[in-house]
Ligand binder design. Sequence first.
Ligand code: BG6
Length: 510
Amino acid sequence: MDKTESQMLIIFGASGDLTARKLIPALFHLFRGKFLPKNFLVLGVSRSSLSDSDFRNRVVRESKYLTNEINGNGTEFINEFADKLFYHDLGSSYEESYTALAERISSLNSEYQTENNYIFYLSTPPNIYEVISKNLSKQGLTIQEKGWKRLIVEKPFGYDLASAMNLNQKLHKYFKEKQIFRIDHYLGKETVQNLLVTRFGNSIFEPLWNRNYIQHVEITNAESVGVEKRGGYYDSSGALRDMFQNHLLQIVSLVVMEPPIGSAAEEIRNEKVKALKSLRIIKDHKTLNENTIRGQYLGAVINGEKVKGYREEDGVSPNSTTETFVALKFFVDNWRWKDVPFYVRTAKRMPTKVTEIVIHFKPPHHHIFIDSGVNKKDNKLIIRIQPDEGILIKFGVKVPGQGFKVERANLEFYYSNLEGTNLMSAYERLLLDAMQGDATLYARADEVEAAWEFVDPILEYWKTNKDAKIYGYSAGVWGPQNADDLIEGEPAWRNPSANLADDPGFCVIK
Ligand code: BG6
């Protein structure tokens, strides 16, 4: 296990939902797993007037996100964790002087010997990232003479390329790139990281991982929920910004990238940037029109329950044209991927929650079992990100008996079969990495910008062109029907169920 040095985690926006829902539970699990250093504390900072003890009660002792943990552990243990938490009220605005905050940090640092090592976690709206950074810098809290200083920022990182570049420039005034950790929680998912191991830790997949053997790549990210309580934010964002620009392009970059020369953070990130830069930017209107499909969910009855349409959700404009469904077809302009189409879709209010990558291999060059009809069904490698995490290979087998009838069989690996393994949640893994200074699973400035460069023309086209339609789809179906036409020939999208091996493959029962 890598060493985690003594340190203080200072969370801005600590009275918000993310702190209680994700950060504190992740820290509790790290504490329970003995991953936290002996000298460690959390200082929550925000504009609510709370005492240390109010904060501890709110995010630990009375937290609905820790109910199982509280019931499953003794009070003494829970208190031991809660006592590591402190709170500082910033007053009425994030713009005010940080002198009192700096004093509080300094006194906690001396008392608990956190060795001047600080992580500043900005769980606030991005428009105040700069003012917080500036104020920290004014107080000398970004200088790394004594102890290290790191900054973690949440998404959204920019609204388009220009704003992302602007934000990078602003942050770079106060922090060096090496100090900045841009969080993308999909990179914290075990199965996303396993993509690197599947590709570069085996010799059986990589020789096939190119245009000679792969027909097309399909990535689906579906959520069954709607926008829930986030209508206000979502309506000015939409699926392309909310999911595709960050999480899905991260996955795409791991599928597309060339083998890095080693596993060091910069080597992996260099290859990911190269991969993102090799995506063919869709610029002409015809291709934008044909290859970018957007939709919005309409009200429906699902399992007897009435579900609101997107425009009826709280915080959403009744005339909104914000997309809750996106399906894209695009190409990668490099040696490995020339002419291989990538189909990626993401949406809310789908029939189930699932994220998976499907690598469709080409049929054999020469068909000797053509009569069996099997060549119409391609060989597939399915990498399941969530749920039912695992890998499935679909391949042909001979049906016992006369002749050469061929059927599809499944070869599966499930993470859940690994006994005694405790999958860390995305936030646990990412927080621990940042605490150890490992930025491999965090997005670099140029990576974020390269992703926006691909997304910008699509957003612009949708915004400014009358022929850019938005299709309705009933909540609970796999999006607008014409999204199926995006995929040329057979098969259309694999519409997965919650189980990885949704169709069992060939088997003989008797
Ligand atoms: C967030 C998006 O980044 O990811 C949400 O803002 C989305 O809209 C969520 O629901 C999905 O994350 P996960 O881990 O549940 O797939």
